[in-house]
Design a binder for this molecule. Structure first.
Ligand SMILES: [Fe+2]
Length: 163
């Protein structure tokens, strides 16, 4: 799965090692040499992953991320919806996180935040996720977020609310 337009890293190599695998991702993926077999909204993906709800982050084309909700565990799964650095991270990320406000604080990635203006579509997408019975948020650049995950998500993305 390619979670958003930023993260095709490794997808081509993984697909080459597993020729029968299907590559799923957004059409906006930034790797012209990567062949996608289907999108997250396609019936083929949905029928193969019945335990997952597919939740696109609307109004945020800079990232074009699709979030998955695993109903049996209450897990919201994705890559860059939010990030947070901790003492176990590489020193470069610890340093960058202190500069960008992500040190031990759940935030959207700074570049995503600066490229996303307040808009109702994104706010609705975040509300839809936060209304789910979340037990945790699992993302690429943070430990599992299991302390008030819905409230944490709402606070991190509060900047998209229109006045
Ligand atoms: Fe990332």
């Amino acid at each position: 799965m390619v979670p958003n337009c930023f993260h095709p890293l490794g997808a081509r190599a993984t697909a080459a090692r597993s020729p029968s695998a299907k590559v799923v991702g957004p059409a906006s993926v930034r790797d012209p040499q990567l062949s996608l077999h289907m999108a997250f909204q396609d019936a083929g993906f949905r029928s193969a992953t019945k335990e997952l709800d597919v939740l696109p982050v609307e109004g945020c084309s800079f990232l074009d991320e699709t979030v998955l909700f695993h109903r049996p565990t209450g897990s919201l799964i994705r890559a860059d919806l939010v990030i947070r650095a901790c003492p176990r991270d590489h020193f470069t990320w610890r340093w960058a996180a202190r500069l960008t406000g992500c040190w031990e604080t759940v935030r959207p990635p700074p570049d995503v935040k600066s490229a996303t203006k307040p808009n109702d579509a994104t706010a609705r997408s975040i509300d839809r996720m936060a209304a789910l019975p979340l037990t945790r948020i699992l993302v690429a650049h943070a430990d599992p977020i299991d302390d008030s995950p819905s409230d944490t998500l709402l606070e991190a993305w509060r900047f998209v609310r229109t006045p």
